[in-house]
Design a protein around this ligand. Sequence first.
Ligand code: SAM
Length: 288
Amino acid sequence: MEKLTDISVIKALMKKHGFEFSKGLGQNFLINPSVCPRIAEMGNAKSGFGIIEIGTGIGVLTAELAKRADKVIAIEIDKSLIPVLKDTLSEFDNIRIINADILKVDLSKIIEDEFESLEVAVCANLPYYITSPVIMTLLESRLRIRSITVMVQKEAGRRLCAQMGTRDMGAVTVAVNYFSVPKVLFNVSRGSFMPPPNVDSCVVRFDIKEQTPKGVKDEKFFFRVARGAFSQRRKTLANSVSSSMGIDKELVIKSIENSGLLPAIRPEQLTMEELINFSNTLKNISKL
Ligand code: SAM
């Protein structure tokens, strides 16, 4: 097998198949040979596992996943990469490539059809323009997956993996911590890609919780409150929630106090338990 991190190999493949990079599709391919084996090893690519890969490029990570896991389902939107992948991954018989948009495929059906007796994990060097929607969809759809290991922009990684009650947190932190235990695994410099992006990256892993936090009376309302709380940075919880959700400020303050919190508390000071209590109380008091 040719070395897919080798720039001359990539250029020869591009020439042979008439392929050109698309900036719009976030095509920055990995050329640092140490990165893909680390993603595969830290991302549960091992015996007994089926892996879903998002965005194959020329298959550099796909190959490392297929060497270690029982099966790989690789989803790539760019039709012009399919003949390249047939070429580069021809020696593997445990890879299925699906030419589709990850945001439009039915992942629960894929998992049911393809990974019947296998545990499932997601691994990807994500196209950055869809980082949040992909991660949110994967988490919220409660798929039968053990972990999500993805390369994201360094800043996004810090936000996604922030702990509750810290300055870096936002609405996305609440969702991530609700469904998983997040962790930044390692940093990757911009020079590790061809073409190099304008920012550095990091690889993060979300270990999916078997049980989401207890005590949430209405999950939909809870996430509305979380989004409302973080909709206006640097405002107090009372101001953010009352203006974004259109609830009388006095009622919001009453709910804050009845939850045992100080009226001037800021959203980034909340723990998960406190946010759950507040959302339950607000629902009761506001009758929403
Ligand atoms: N895995 C390869 C690597 O590490 O070199 C490529 C990573 S590149 C950052 C992102 C890949 O995702 C590209 O191949 C791009 O065409 C693909 N992609 C972009 N949008 C996508 C979408 N909505 N669904 C599936 N794949 C997508």
